[in-house]
Write a protein that binds this ligand. Structure first.
Ligand code: 13P
Length: 252
């Protein structure tokens, strides 16, 4: 049985005071029960302080991006070992905002994925299609290209220590959500693609949904067979909103 992972991507929001208030609200309100895990991914400057606040709690820490390089002359970048050093267990790689705004290619995302794993950090590989791609009927093709960049270079076995997040670009920050059925269809496709490399493993990999997930739609999405949690943007910025999704996972 796969555990749910409810992950908050805070994106470029907050301040010292706001991140402290947010994480203390989350830590204080973790729902009772089992079968789910909570994760927060604050901006880099707040990782260390959030790390001390989540220490000993049921909330894990992750970062939003990482360099594909180990160390050296890469001004402005953050090495995987540094994330590990400040207490990160997870890192998001290949978020559509990084692909679209910063031009990250699937090959670069695959390199980040491998670099994170080499440092003992679980990568959360984001995949997803734009509205144009969906309307052109190329959703699966786009997802396959994004997945295959990792599968073809590293094989399916690396997904034993990885998470996948399906984030349809058209649903991110738009208030539009994929219906549970639409999301399930793609999640099932992703799992089937992984199964061509390793059928057992494919059943174990957590596949999260991201795109305007909130308390009101979480239960429906989480009820689908291949949806194992959420990667949440907007609704992760208020403790009560995030905890409503956590509650849905605890009840599912
Ligand atoms: P929203 O929940 O704000 O749509 O963002 C989703 C997302 O991009 C999480 O990584």
């Amino acid at each position: 049985m796969r555990e749910f992972l409810v992950a908050g991507n805070w994106k470029m929001n907050g301040s010292t005071a706001a991140s402290e208030a947010l994480i203390s609200g989350i830590v204080a309100g973790v729902p009772a029960g089992s079968g789910f895990r909570l994760l927060v991914c604050p901006p880099f400057p707040y990782l260390a302080s959030v790390a001390s606040q989540v220490s000993g709690s049921a909330v894990a820490l992750g970062a939003q991006n990482v360099s594909e390089h180990e160390f050296g002359a890469f001004t402005g970048e953050t090495a995987p070992s540094m994330l590990r050093d400040v207490g990160c267990d997870y890192v998001i790689v290949g978020h559509s905002e990084r692909r679209a705004i910063y031009g990250e290619t699937s090959e670069q995302v695959a390199a980040k994925f491998m670099a994170a794993q080499a440092a003992g950090i679980t990568p959360i590989l984001c995949v997803g299609e734009t509205l144009e791609e969906r309307e052109a009927g190329t959703t699966n093709k786009v997802i396959d290209e994004q997945l295959d960049a990792v599968l073809d270079t590293a094989g399916a076995a690396v997904f034993a220590a990885a998470v996948i997040a399906y984030e349809p670009v058209w649903a991110i920050g738009t208030g539009l959500t994929a219906t549970p059925e639409q999301a399930q269809e793609v999640h099932q496709h992703i799992r089937a693609r992984l199964a061509t490399g390793n059928a057992d493993l494919a059943q174990k990999v957590q596949i999260l949904y991201g795109g305007s997930m909130k308390g009101e739609n979480a239960a429906g999405l989480l009820s689908m067979r291949d949806i194992d949690g959420g990667l949440i943007g907007g609704a992760s910025l208020k403790a009560s909103d995030f905890l409503a999704i956590a509650e849905a996972a605890a009840q599912s």
